[in-house]
Design a protein around this ligand. Structure first.
Ligand code: AMP
Ligand code: MG
Length: 425
């Protein structure tokens, strides 16, 4: 059976990033958080824009004050006061200084700022009580960033710090990739919505909610197509429609070996290429990954959002399997598709296990739980209760998955364990 890492390699190979010409849009800076930059950004502004003071103090000529001390202070004539935001009027001549405040423009011919604490003021004169270093406390024009050079590269996610940089560089609008579109539907005759009364044998379609939240968290747009019966005609219709409107299609259920598991058969009849039918993972073994042919009809072609073949993930129906296979396989695919340049793969951390962790020693096993910070070291606490793939109740509050590789049936308390971090970076 396909190993988890081979499956991941196949999946990442199938996914093509959005096009940096066609699949982009312009957004306002305030709406740009979490979006992926499609074009590198350059600014016409130097940073700092001008030579300015890093301190409240006095702008001086270094040569005037280089021998100053508290015993032999240099006395300078104050010729001007320069608050932040005002343009200096004077040129500082030998024996002169300007009173200056943090962020204010340096006056002509001054090259150094003496901090206020190292001076004494007497009316229009200032006593310099200590020798500064040459050019001390001057922030030089363009020393942080030079106009015209690359400020931010394409293919990065715009988080808080990038938004601040773009604001400072006066970039009010950004060219970003459009959000990937991810169609989601659930399969199963037993499924009802959260609002329908349960009849005997029925179960609530929680997967649709889980997947919608996961997709949105990943920065993509979920397109919810509802619950679909275990009927070939209904499945064929929804898969065809999903392929016409989405970059990625996610279904849950119907990919196992049961008599009512039709998804793979329908994919074959639609001439999809099936790349994966099972992975050596627990939970989540019956995972189907396929590429659907580009839509044929004119109407579908016009509705298509991308020229690439949509990638189909037939996730197993069990709720825990859905979450684990999404985090392990679908999220990297969405990241690559979204235009992010690198870092698609999940992040694994080496931490200490608080609990004994067990697997059957055969399949790569994922156990859910929580990372706690104990004396500055992360410790994995396995969720209490059943780790059956049908149980999702104890998945609440999960922020990490512990991984037991094939061949490793036991991790003892206090032993090191690899965990998959579930925060989306
Ligand atoms: P299947 O893969 O279709 O055989 O489904 C496996 C198990 O997952 C069955 O017990 C289903 O009832 C359950 N299941 C399937 N789809 C969903 C869903 N959308 N929400 C919650 N449980 C589901
Ligand atoms: Mg089913």
């Amino acid at each position: 059976m396909l190993s988890v890492s081979d499956a991941q390699a196949i999946i990442l190979n199938l996914v093509q990033p959005l096009d940096n010409q066609q699949d982009t849009e312009v957004v306002e800076l305030l709406a740009a958080a979490n979006r992926i930059l499609a074009m590198p950004v350059t600014s016409t502004l130097d940073f700092p824009h001008w030579d300015n003071s890093a301190m409240d103090g006095y702008a001086v000529r270094y040569e005037d004050v280089q021998h100053s001390s508290s015993e032999k202070p240099t006395v300078l004539q104050i010729v001007e006061e320069i608050p932040a935001g005002y343009q200096p009027k004077s040129t500082i001549e030998p024996g002169q200084a300007a009173r200056i405040f943090t962020g204010a423009l340096m006056p002509a011919a001054a090259d150094t700022v003496v901090m206020q604490e190292k001076t004494r003021r007497e009316e229009n004169r200032v006593f310099i009580l200590a020798a500064p270093k040459p050019q001390e406390f001057v922030r030089h024009k363009a020393s942080f960033y030079q106009a015209g050079t690359e400020l931010l590269p394409a293919g990065i996610r715009l988080n808080t710090s990038e938004i601040a940089v773009l604001a400072a560089a006066q970039c009010p609008q950004l060219n970003v990739y459009r959000c990937p579109r991810v169609a989601i539907f659930s399969t199963g005759d037993e499924l009802v919505t959260v609002n329908q009364a349960l009849q005997p044998g029925q179960i609530v379609d929680s997967n649709q909610y889980a997947l919608a939240a996961l997709v949105r968290e990943s920065g993509a747009e979920p397109l919810l197509l509802g619950i679909v019966k275990d009927e070939p005609a209904a499945l064929e219709k929804v898969i065809t429609h999903a392929a016409a409107i989405a970059d990625i299609v996610l279904s849950s259920g119907g990919v196992s070996v049961g008599d009512y598991d039709y998804v793979d058969k329908i994919l074959e009849s639609l001439k999809a290429q099936i790349h994966i039918q099972a992975v050596d993972i627990r939970p989540g073994k019956p995972l189907t990954v396929a590429t659907l042919p580009a839509p044929q009809s004119v109407k579908d072609a016009m509705n298509r959002v991308s020229t690439c073949s949509p990638v189909y993930f037939g996730l197993p129906g069990n709720p825990a399997s859905v979450l684990v296979t999404f985090w392990r396989f679908v999220l990297p695919a969405i990241k690559k598709l979204s235009g992010i340049k690198e870092g698609w793969e999940p992040v694994f951390l080496k931490v200490r296990s608080h609990d004994e962790l067990r697997s059957d020693g055969k399949r790569e096993t994922y156990l859910w739980g929580k990372l706690h910070l104990i004396d500055g070291i992360y410790e994995f606490h396995k969720a209490g209760g059943s780790h059956s793939s049908a149980n999702l109740i104890n998945l609440a509050q999960t922020n990490a998955l512990a991984v037991l590789p094939p061949g490793k049936a036991l991790i003892s308390p206090q032993e090191e364990v690899q965990v998959l971090q579930l925060i989306i970076p």
